[in-house]
Design a protein around this ligand. Structure first.
Ligand SMILES: [Zn+2]
Length: 131
Protein backbone atom coordinates (compact mmCIF):
# COMPACT_ATOMS: atom_id res chain seq x y z
CA UNK A 1 0.00 0.00 0.00
CA UNK A 2 1.25 3.50 -0.83
CA UNK A 3 2.41 5.39 2.26
CA UNK A 4 0.01 8.25 1.52
CA UNK A 5 -3.03 5.99 2.13
CA UNK A 6 -1.62 5.16 5.58
CA UNK A 7 -1.20 8.87 6.27
CA UNK A 8 -4.77 9.55 5.12
CA UNK A 9 -6.10 6.72 7.26
CA UNK A 10 -4.23 8.04 10.30
CA UNK A 11 -5.47 11.58 9.63
CA UNK A 12 -9.10 10.47 9.38
CA UNK A 13 -8.80 8.19 12.39
CA UNK A 14 -7.37 11.02 14.49
CA UNK A 15 -10.51 13.15 14.02
CA UNK A 16 -13.11 10.36 14.20
CA UNK A 17 -14.52 10.76 17.67
CA UNK A 18 -18.25 10.21 17.83
CA UNK A 19 -19.76 12.69 20.21
CA UNK A 20 -23.01 14.35 21.17
CA UNK A 21 -22.75 18.11 20.90
CA UNK A 22 -26.31 18.97 21.96
CA UNK A 23 -29.74 17.37 22.09
CA UNK A 24 -29.93 18.11 18.38
CA UNK A 25 -26.44 17.55 17.04
CA UNK A 26 -24.07 14.57 16.94
CA UNK A 27 -20.74 14.59 15.17
CA UNK A 28 -17.66 12.57 14.40
CA UNK A 29 -19.12 9.12 13.74
CA UNK A 30 -17.69 9.18 10.22
CA UNK A 31 -14.40 10.82 9.30
CA UNK A 32 -12.89 11.50 5.90
CA UNK A 33 -9.50 12.44 4.56
CA UNK A 34 -9.12 14.10 1.15
CA UNK A 35 -5.77 14.31 -0.58
CA UNK A 36 -5.52 17.36 -2.82
CA UNK A 37 -3.50 17.36 -6.02
CA UNK A 38 -0.87 19.45 -4.22
CA UNK A 39 -0.39 16.56 -1.80
CA UNK A 40 -2.00 18.03 1.30
CA UNK A 41 -4.46 16.05 3.42
CA UNK A 42 -7.71 17.68 4.55
CA UNK A 43 -10.00 16.05 7.08
CA UNK A 44 -13.65 16.36 7.98
CA UNK A 45 -16.19 14.63 10.18
CA UNK A 46 -19.89 14.09 9.71
CA UNK A 47 -22.24 16.44 11.54
CA UNK A 48 -25.70 14.97 12.07
CA UNK A 49 -28.58 17.21 13.10
CA UNK A 50 -32.26 16.70 13.76
CA UNK A 51 -32.98 18.50 10.48
CA UNK A 52 -30.98 18.81 7.27
CA UNK A 53 -28.38 21.24 8.61
CA UNK A 54 -25.61 18.68 8.93
CA UNK A 55 -23.00 17.45 6.49
CA UNK A 56 -21.21 14.25 5.52
CA UNK A 57 -17.59 13.83 6.57
CA UNK A 58 -16.47 13.69 2.94
CA UNK A 59 -18.10 16.99 1.99
CA UNK A 60 -16.85 18.55 5.21
CA UNK A 61 -13.31 17.53 4.21
CA UNK A 62 -13.86 18.81 0.66
CA UNK A 63 -15.11 22.14 2.02
CA UNK A 64 -12.06 22.25 4.30
CA UNK A 65 -9.88 21.80 1.19
CA UNK A 66 -11.74 24.58 -0.63
CA UNK A 67 -11.57 26.83 2.43
CA UNK A 68 -7.82 26.41 2.34
CA UNK A 69 -7.58 27.51 -1.28
CA UNK A 70 -7.44 24.17 -3.08
CA UNK A 71 -9.96 22.62 -5.45
CA UNK A 72 -8.49 19.50 -7.06
CA UNK A 73 -8.95 16.09 -5.47
CA UNK A 74 -6.55 13.18 -5.83
CA UNK A 75 -7.70 10.60 -3.27
CA UNK A 76 -10.50 10.12 -0.74
CA UNK A 77 -10.69 7.83 2.28
CA UNK A 78 -13.66 7.55 4.67
CA UNK A 79 -13.84 5.71 7.98
CA UNK A 80 -17.37 4.63 8.84
CA UNK A 81 -18.92 4.24 12.32
CA UNK A 82 -17.94 0.55 12.33
CA UNK A 83 -14.28 1.53 11.93
CA UNK A 84 -14.00 0.23 8.38
CA UNK A 85 -13.48 2.28 5.26
CA UNK A 86 -16.34 2.86 2.84
CA UNK A 87 -17.37 4.83 -0.19
CA UNK A 88 -18.78 8.37 -0.25
CA UNK A 89 -22.56 8.69 -0.58
CA UNK A 90 -24.24 9.88 -3.77
CA UNK A 91 -24.30 13.53 -2.71
CA UNK A 92 -20.57 13.53 -1.98
CA UNK A 93 -19.85 11.79 -5.29
CA UNK A 94 -21.95 14.40 -7.06
CA UNK A 95 -20.00 17.25 -5.45
CA UNK A 96 -16.69 15.71 -6.51
CA UNK A 97 -17.96 15.34 -10.08
CA UNK A 98 -19.12 18.96 -10.12
CA UNK A 99 -15.76 20.12 -8.73
CA UNK A 100 -13.82 18.23 -11.41
CA UNK A 101 -16.22 17.53 -14.30
CA UNK A 102 -13.43 16.92 -16.79
CA UNK A 103 -11.30 14.57 -14.74
CA UNK A 104 -13.30 13.29 -11.77
CA UNK A 105 -12.98 9.72 -13.06
CA UNK A 106 -9.35 9.64 -11.91
CA UNK A 107 -10.13 10.36 -8.25
CA UNK A 108 -9.12 7.32 -6.22
CA UNK A 109 -11.30 6.10 -3.35
CA UNK A 110 -10.29 3.60 -0.69
CA UNK A 111 -12.92 0.89 -0.64
CA UNK A 112 -11.40 -1.53 1.88
CA UNK A 113 -8.33 -0.36 3.76
CA UNK A 114 -7.59 -3.78 5.25
CA UNK A 115 -7.48 -5.38 1.79
CA UNK A 116 -5.99 -2.28 0.09
CA UNK A 117 -8.93 -2.40 -2.31
CA UNK A 118 -9.46 0.84 -4.18
CA UNK A 119 -11.82 2.13 -6.87
CA UNK A 120 -11.95 5.27 -8.95
CA UNK A 121 -14.79 7.74 -8.87
CA UNK A 122 -15.21 6.87 -12.55
CA UNK A 123 -15.97 3.28 -11.59
CA UNK A 124 -18.46 4.41 -8.93
CA UNK A 125 -20.01 7.10 -11.12
CA UNK A 126 -19.54 6.01 -14.74
CA UNK A 127 -22.34 8.06 -16.29
CA UNK A 128 -22.82 11.56 -14.94
CA UNK A 129 -26.30 13.02 -15.32
CA UNK A 130 -25.12 16.20 -17.04
CA UNK A 131 -22.82 14.56 -19.62
ZN1 LIG B 1 -21.91 11.94 1.71
Amino acid sequence: MEEIWKEMYAAAKSVRKERKISDYVDAGGVAAAVLSLSGKIYTGVCIDTCSTLGICAERNALFNMITNGEDKISKVLCIMPNGKTGTPCGACRELMVQLMPGDYKNIEIMLDYEKDERVTLGELTPKWWIK
